[in-house]
Design a protein around this ligand. Structure first.
Ligand SMILES: [Zn+2]
Ligand SMILES: [Zn+2]
Length: 204
């Protein structure tokens, strides 16, 4: 497990590690990777526990790069996804709330009329081998452009101080009276004598 070992040595994961986690290489992943590197350059080490919090304003491939590179993950609760459909990545340090807001400003170079026509056919549902070959090539080129671009071309970065979300908490488990499965206390519903989990309460 070479990857795991390198994390223990606090090496910053590289783009290959990110692709291994995500499953494919794509422009969105490249944005997430570059934003993560920019954040770590400004704020220091990746997050082993919850010392760093990421607020990601979209649900794109970029999210996976951020989890691998910065250590801000859904599982640890220090990755928050207010989905505004914006390419904006905010990283805050605990306990100070100081951090950076990274806004993607990069626009890909103007495409040829033929490339624009191909994108239109693709978004209209054309998945012919000819269209797929051109789309794949364009995505690959775009990804390389993002990986190689100067940071100033990609992002506007501002230093901010903001309110931190609450730390992840551990709650006791109760047993749902209906299904008999364990459920964390704040997610239970009281129905008379019964304590129910949310799915059982919705069926009740
Ligand atoms: Zn992707
Ligand atoms: Zn239940």
């Amino acid at each position: 497990m070479e990857g795991i070992k390198s994390l223990e040595n606090k090496k910053i994961p590289d783009f290959e590690d990110v692709v291994a986690f995500h499953g494919h290489a794509c422009p969105g992943l490249a944005f997430g990777f570059r934003a993560s590197l920019a954040a770590l350059a400004e704020l220091g080490e990746r997050s082993e526990d919850e010392e760093l919090v990421a607020l990601v304003e979209n649900r794109s491939c970029a999210v996976d790069a951020i989890q691998v590179v910065t250590g801000c993950t859904l599982g640890k609760g220090n990755l928050i996804l207010p989905d505004y459909g914006k390419q904006v990545y905010t990283f805050l340090k605990r306990p100070s709330g100081q951090g950076v807001r990274i806004v993607v400003k990069w626009v890909s170079p103007q495409e040829t009329a033929a490339e624009q026509e191909t994108w239109k056919r693709f978004s209209d549902g054309d998945r012919s081998p000819e269209v797929m070959r051109i789309i794949k090539a364009r995505k690959g080129e775009k990804m390389q452009e993002i990986l190689k671009a100067d940071q100033q071309e990609l992002f506007t970065i501002s230093h901010i101080t903001a309110a931190l979300p609450e730390m992840a908490q551990i709650y006791p488990s109760l047993i749902c009276s209906q299904c008999g499965e364990k459920v964390m206390e704040p997610k239970t519903c009281q129905r008379g004598e019964k304590i129910l989990c949310i799915p059982c309460a919705e069926k009740d």
